[in-house]
Write a new protein. Structure first.
Ligand SMILES: Cc1cc2nc3c(=O)[nH]c(=O)nc-3n(C[C@H](O)[C@H](O)[C@H](O)COP(=O)(O)OP(=O)(O)OC[C@H]3O[C@@H](n4cnc5c(N)ncnc54)[C@H](O)[C@@H]3O)c2cc1C
Length: 389
């Protein structure tokens, strides 16, 4: 069988590697004109995502380009410490730590692996339409034809939309599907050197600021990676961020000032009401099927898990429509659980003065539950040897 994958973000390349592993011919089509080595800020690949990459033999390549996270710490707008989650035992417990990595470095590592395994990626191919043949797959018909904005078309036995939050695959194949919901929060990020940040390397430090949320991670080489989540507004990014953090610990505005390029905004959306993750020979995976707030730090890792599970279902059930249904059945409960947790965490980020008062007092309790939910998410593994039914 030949598989066509739409999107070379996170889930697409990982799926391509898994499908090649089960012996399929794979082609990837990506809208971007080339590998976007300057795109996005950074993300954390959780131990469960690293486990998927490990099973492909590429976790080491990702770990080498990233940095392990050993703890999360939390403080309020006054700079008072209000919680800590120790993650120093993760590597021993799960094989890999949470790995912080620049998005561009993750894309580059995955693209290199596709190239090494000779999986073709067609850049500059923006999907605009999909036709499914009515002929049964047993009759040898190449079941799907994808059309692209550049006039090209590609045929395959099945197609998987790994094309993210604004998935065209989803729009074409499930036209009645609800649109993603905007959470009201915008994300910005940046990389800086210089100002002293009171956070040791290897710690993800989160500040529940007076008007917005700020996260920071410092690398052993002295670089500071940061992100901001806050309400939407019209002012230019730097001005707006300085204004939103003016009453927070002074190192935050200093860091914003010292950042050469402020990246974003990324409006944060959620999508959990996709009625079905497939139609005939077309399936959805990752954010195209279920996008969640980045607060749980699991979107990329779930896309990687999806890829492994979908490959396992195709290996064992062979016919794409049946494999796609089994895939959805197996994945929905886990995705839904993590979606709710991400929503809970997101709702604490901009709570208003009264909410903030309660949050500061209840955070130690939230941290305990949050740590347990995180550990549960991190410990999940797909048993590749087990047969998918
Ligand atoms: C600010 C922010 C921070 C985040 N932090 C984390 C984190 O720390 N940890 C974590 O696990 N997750 C995080 N996430 C979530 C994570 O980035 C996503 O869940 C993950 O990237 C989903 O992977 P994907 O492959 O489904 O989609 P994407 O990575 O979005 O990839 C989709 C790809 O499809 C391509 N595409 C789109 N439309 C078309 C088309 N019509 N034709 C062809 N190609 C197309 C796009 O160009 C893109 O390359 C964060 C998200 C945001 C916005």
């Amino acid at each position: 069988m030949k598989a066509l994958i739409i999107g070379a973000g996170v889930g697409g390349p990982v799926l391509a590697l898994w499908l090649q592993k089960i012996g399929l011919e794979v082609v990837v089509a990506e809208a971007r004109s080339s590998l976007a080595l300057t795109e996005g800020a950074f993300l954390g690949v959780a131990p469960n995502g690293m486990g998927v990459l490990d099973a492909l033999g590429i976790a080491g390549a990702i770990a080498r380009r990233g940095h392990p996270c050993r703890a999360f710490t939390f403080s309020n707008a006054a700079g008072r410490a209000i919680g800590r989650i120790d993650r120093s035992a993760d590597e021993r417990a799960f094989g890999w730590p949470l790995t912080m990595i620049r998005r561009a470095a993750l894309h580059a590592a995955l693209a290199e692996e596709l190239e090494r395994r000779q999986i073709p990626v067609h850049f500059g191919h923006t999907l605009v339409g999909v036709e499914q043949s009515a002929a049964p797959i047993e009759q040898g018909a190449r079941g799907v034809e994808a059309r692209f904005a550049n006039g090209a078309s590609l045929r395959a036995d099945f197609l998987v939309g790994c094309d993210g939050l604004r998935s065209k695959t989803r729009a074409v194949c499930l036209p009645d599907c609800p649109q993603p919901d905007f959470t009201g929060l915008l994300d910005f990020g940046g990389f800086a050197r210089g100002p002293k940040v009171p956070v040791p390397p290897g710690v993800n430090h989160m500040v529940f600021g007076k008007r917005a949320f700020f996260g920071v991670f410092t690398t052993p080489a002295g670089e500071t990676w940061w992100f901001h989540n806050g309400p939407a507004g019209d002012a230019p990014p730097r001005e707006r961020l300085l204004e939103l953090h003016r009453d927070d610990p002074p190192w935050i505005p200093e860091l914003i000032e010292a950042t050469p390029h402020i990246l974003g905004p990324w409006p944060i959306h959620e999508l959990d009401r996709v009625p079905a993750w497939s139609r005939g020979r077309v399936a959805l995976l990752g954010d195209a099927a279920h996008a969640m707030s980045p607060s749980a730090g699991q979107g990329a890792s779930l896309a990687m898990e999806d890829a492994m599970e979908l490959a396992r279902c195709l290996r064992d059930l062979r016919k794409p429509p049946a494999a796609f249904r089994a895939f959805e059945r197996r994945r929905r409960p886990r995705v839904d659980r993590i979606f709710r947790e991400a929503q809970r965490q997101s709702s604490r980020k901009a709570p208003g003065p009264v909410g903030a008062w309660f949050r500061d007092r209840l955070l130690p309790l939230f941290v305990r539950f949050g740590a347990a939910a995180q550990t549960e998410a991190y410990s999940f593994r797909i048993d590749w040897e087990e047969r998918a039914e």
